[in-house]
Design a binder for this molecule. Sequence first.
Ligand code: NAX
Length: 324
Amino acid sequence: AQTPVKVTVTGAAGQIGYALLFRIASGQLLGADVPVTLSLLEIPQAVKAAEGTAMELDDCAFPLLSGIEVTDDPNVAFNGANVALLVGARPRSKGMERGDLLQANGGIFGPQGKAINDNAADDIRVLVVGNPANTNALIAQQHAPDVPAERFTAMTRLDHNRALSQLAAKLQVPVTEIKKMTIWGNHSATQYPDLFHAEVGGKIAAELVDETWLRDTFIPTVAKRGAAIIEARGASSAASAANAAIDHVFDWVNGTAWTSAAIPSDGSYGVPEGLISSFPVASRDGKWEIIQGLEIDAFSRERIDATVRELEEERSAVRELGLI
Ligand code: NAX
């Protein structure tokens, strides 16, 4: 039998954790023939709740789930980990400045990066979901010098899926008709969902919608969808975020011709090297590759530059705080 893949989930007792763990255990993260062991990392106050979730996982008797551990020690949680989903983060509370937020998250993602460096399996793949996701991924990566830099990624797949859904509704086509969607930059309100390379039935999506809708409805609706969900549900996106995390890792491991993921920049498209920024990517042989050769017009250039500028500012801020 195949050796189980160890998947570590941080923030396991949170709402995304609850939506994520059962799908991982049922085989949706890696494939229906891949056994998994789960490691649930939480802060001490939430270990008991995570143990409750572990009991429910037991009660599903998932054929692919070969073990579960619950811990508050990152060195235990990441020991031998093959996939790490870093979901737990410090949310912004009222009156919190950006510096305080980055500082608080540096205190989480720095030590977790080091624990990954010291304990994870050689093939470790890391997806950061906890916000500010791109910069948290950068912090973790910078504390893991022995892990190849490209194994640290951040999630923009939820934004990507939101963009597919909005465009499909507008054009009254199934989402499967839409190809080559791209989210550029930061997982934040500055992100740029790009319809100039997206295709619907072989036609460029931007040519099938009017410019006003693209600029004044589509882009802000995708970028602010998280806030709209909070407004409607009274809680932030959870099942859709878990779904996107599943999509990201499944495609990373199993391959895809085109999606969006925040990965370390190699300087492509004028994005400064090292920033963890969302790009159009393919996955081949278990590695993300930035799709090259796209023409970027002035409209897109301005928006890519703005979101990348925000990432540079976040990087400067965490440098000044001594977090990387
Ligand atoms: P919850 O507050 O429900 O859960 C977070 C959990 O993390 C809590 O159980 C907490 O105890 C735990 N935690 C905190 N510090 C920890 C640490 N050092 N080690 C281990 N666990 C720790 O939040 P939830 O709704 O699950 O969201 C989690 C994160 O995802 C947030 O940062 C949120 O902003 C982010 N999101 C990111 C999205 C994306 O597209 N990249 C979309 C959804 C979501 O908003």
